[in-house]
Design a protein around this ligand. Structure first.
Ligand code: GLY
Ligand code: MN
Length: 555
C-alpha cells in the first residue's frame, strides 16, 4: 500500500499545499524512536461501534445519479469532493465538499476530503437502480481515503488525516452504509479511471474546479490515450444549434434524457458541470425539507440578532455584534453560515456585499441584515431584512421600505409555474421605476427607463432580483441561460426574491433625506403546482409587523 500520507494525484505529483514535508515539519518534535512507535501503536481497545446508519438522502441521491446517467450515457463521470484547502502552512480551512458531490452522495458537513464519486458506464439498463428501481446505465463507486489502522504512522503522525489529529474518519464500510454507494480505496482511483479509455472507448468527464489533483490525473490519462476530449457520445440535451421553446425547457428539466435535439456536439467537462448544475434547478422532496430547515434556523438567527440590538448599539463595532450573534447561531444550530453575513448599518447598507461589518449601529438608522444558516446537509437559506435600529421606521425610511416591499410583492405575484425566470425581475423593476418616477428621481419617464435602452432606475438597484438557492447560495450557477434566466418556472424550484433600493451618501441625484439609506427585503420562494410559497414568510416583512415583532423580542 502506498504511503497513506501521500495525497492522490496524477503520477506522483504532490501539490505544494498538500506536501506534508512542508507542513510544519521544521518545528516537529515528534519522537522517532522505535520504542515510541511500538508503544503508541499498541494497547488500544477495539474501535467502538459508531452507530452509523444510512443517510435519509440514500434513495434520493440514487434518483439524482440516475438522472445524470440518463443525460450522459456512455461517459465515465468523475465528481470530486475536493481536497482540504490550506489556510496557512499546516493549517487547513474547515472542509466543505463541492456541491455537486454533496448533491449526488448526500454527504454533508466535513465529508469527505479527497473523496471522488465516479459513475462508471455499464450499458443501458445494467447500472444502479434509480427512480422506481429502474436500472440506470452507470454504476456508482465512491473512492475514499478510509480510516487508517492504528499500527500506521498516519494514526498518530499525520496532522491532516490522522485519527490523533482530526478524529476517526469513516471506514469503507461506514461510507457504504452512509451513502448506499460502493466504496473503494482512493489508491484504486487511477486504475479505475484508466479502464477502457482510448479510441472508441470510454470518455472521461470531470467536474472541474473541485480538485486540481483529480483534474491533473484525468488530463494525464487523456494524454496517455488517443481519445482526446471527444467521443462517440452525444449530448442529448445540447441545444446550442437552436433555442428551445419554453415547453421544451420544461420537458428537458422533467426528463433530462428525453430532451429534444440530438446534436452531435462532443461532450466536454463543461457538459458534466452544466448537467450537474441543471440537475439542481428543480428540488426533490427531501431538498425542499432541507430548505425549510435552513430557513427555520435562519429566522431564529434573526430573532437572536434583534434581542442583542441594545448590546450592538452600545458597542463600537455594533455590526460585529450582529454578525457574531447570527454566525454563532448558525454554528450552534446548523453547519455554518451559507455565505458571509452582511451586517450593514446606515450608509454601509448601500454597499451590496458589505461583509467588513466593523461599523457602529446608530439609533435612528436602519440595519440591513443579509444572512443564511447552512444546515448539516449543506442547504442554505438566504434572507434579508432591513430593520430600524430603534424599533421604529421614520417617515422616509418607511416610504423607501414600502416601495421595495411592493416590488417584492409584485415579483411574488408572477413567480408561478409557466412564468419566465427573468420576468420575476421585470415585475419588481416596474414597481421600482414607478416609485422613482413618483418621487421625481428618474431623469426620464418610468416607461422609458424600463426599456433596454434606458434602465436609469438601475442606478439605485444594480443587482438582480432573484437567484436559485440550495446547496449553493447562488445555486445552479453553471446552468445554461435558456434554463436559468430564460428558463420557465416549474414546481420545485427554489429561489430568492430580493429587490432593494440603495441611495449612497454622496449621490447628488437624490434629495438629502434619501442619502445614506439602503433597503433590501429578501425572501426564499418555492414554486408550487398552483403558485408559490414564501418559505421565509414567518419572518415579518411588512413595516408594522416588523415593528411589532421587534418590540415583542425586545420585551
Ligand atoms: N445574499 C447575498 C447574495 O445573494 O448575493
Ligand atoms: Mn441573495
Amino acid at each position: 500500500m502506498s504511503d497513506p500520507r501521500t495525497p492522490h494525484t496524477a503520477d506522483g505529483h504532490v501539490p505544494a499545499d498538500q506536501d506534508l514535508e512542508s507542513r510544519g515539519s521544521t518545528r516537529s518534535q515528534r519522537p522517532e524512536s522505535q520504542a515510541f512507535k511500538d508503544f503508541i501503536t499498541s494497547g488500544w481497545a477495539p474501535r467502538a461501534d459508531l452507530g452509523i446508519t444510512p443517510l435519509r438522502e440514500v434513495p434520493f441521491t440514487a434518483v439524482r445519479r440516475a438522472r445524470l446517467s440518463e443525460r450522459l450515457p456512455g461517459a465515465r463521470l468523475v465528481i470530486p469532493a475536493g481536497p482540504l484547502k490550506t489556510r496557512s502552512n499546516d493549517t487547513d480551512y474547515r472542509f466543505r465538499p463541492h456541491s455537486a458531490f454533496a448533491h449526488l452522495t448526500g454527504l454533508g458537513t466535513d465529508q469527505e476530503p479527497d473523496a471522488v464519486l465516479v459513475l462508471h458506464p455499464v450499458g443501458t439498463g445494467a447500472g444502479d437502480p434509480g427512480a422506481d428501481g429502474v436500472p440506470s446505465s452507470h454504476h456508482a463507486v465512491l473512492y475514499v481515503r478510509p480510516l487508517a489502522p492504528r499500527d500506521t504512522e498516519e494514526f498518530y503522525a499525520d496532522s491532516r488525516y490522522g485519527e490523533f489529529w482530526v478524529g476517526a474518519r469513516p471506514s469503507l464500510d461506514d461510507v457504504e452504509t452512509l451513502t448506499g454507494i460502493e466504496a473503494r480505496h482512493i489508491d484504486e482511483l487511477r486504475d479505475a479511471l484508466a479502464k477502457d479509455l482510448g479510441d472508441g472507448g470510454v470518455q472521461l468527464l470531470v467536474v472541474t474546479g473541485s480538485d486540481e489533483g483529480v483534474e491533473t490525473l484525468v488530463e494525464a490519462l487523456r494524454a496517455e490515450t488517443s481519445t482526446g476530449t471527444e467521443a462517440e457520445v452525444t449530448d442529448l440535451t445540447d441545444t446550442t444549434e437552436r433555442s428551445p421553446s419554453p415547453r421544451e425547457d420544461l420537458a428537458s428539466l422533467r426528463n433530462l434524457a428525453g430532451a429534444p435535439g440530438t446534436s452531435s456536439a462532443p461532450l466536454t467537462d463543461a457538459s458534466l458541470v452544466e448537467a450537474a448544475s441543471e440537475l439542481r434547478l428543480v428540488k426533490d422532496e427531501l431538498e425542499v425539507e432541507r430548505m425549510r430547515e435552513a430557513v427555520a434556523r435562519t429566522i431564529e438567527g434573526f430573532e437572536a440578532v434583534v434581542r442583542v440590538l441594545p448590546k450592538a448599539v452600545a458597542h463600537r463595532r455594533g455590526e460585529r455584534v450582529v454578525e457574531t450573534t447570527f454566525d454563532g447561531h448558525a454554528r450552534l444550530e446548523g453547519n455554518a453560515v451559507g455565505y458571509e453575513t452582511i451586517a450593514a448599518s446606515g450608509e454601509h447598507a448601500t454597499t451590496l456585499h458589505w461583509i467588513t461589518n466593523d461599523g457602529e449601529l446608530r439609533e435612528g438608522e436602519l440595519l440591513l441584515l443579509d444572512a443564511g444558516v447552512e444546515v448539516e446537509s449543506l442547504y442554505t437559506a438566504d434572507v434579508t431584512r432591513t430593520l430600524p435600529v430603534n424599533g421604529e421606521f421614520d417617515e422616509v425610511q418607511r416610504r423607501i421600505y414600502e416601495a421595495v416591499l411592493d416590488a417584492a410583492d409584485a415579483a411574488f405575484a408572477v413567480a408561478v409555474p409557466g412564468t419566465k425566470f427573468r420576468d420575476v425581475h421585470a415585475a419588481a423593476m416596474e414597481v421600482i421605476a414607478a416609485r422613482l418616477e413618483e418621487w421625481g428621481l428618474l431623469p426620464v419617464p418610468a416607461a422609458e427607463s424600463l426599456t433596454p435602452e434606458g434602465q436609469q432606475h438601475r442606478r439605485w438597484m444594480v443587482h438582480g432580483t432573484s437567484h436559485h438557492l440550495g446547496l449553493d447560495v447562488h445555486d445552479c450557477a453553471q446552468a445554461r441561460r435558456e434554463l436559468y434566466l430564460d428558463g420557465v418556472l416549474e414546481p420545485g424550484m427554489v429561489f430568492t426574491i430580493e429587490p432593494g433600493l440603495y441611495f449612497k451618501a454622496d449621490d447628488l441625484a437624490v434629495p438629502g433625506e434619501y442619502r445614506g439609506i439602503g433597503v433590501r427585503i429578501e425572501d426564499d420562494v418555492l414554486v408550487t403546482e398552483d403558485g408559490n410559497e414564501n418559505l421565509s414568510a414567518a419572518l415579518p416583512r411588512r413595516p408594522d409587523d416588523v415593528e411589532a415583532w421587534m418590540a415583542s423580542l425586545r420585551g
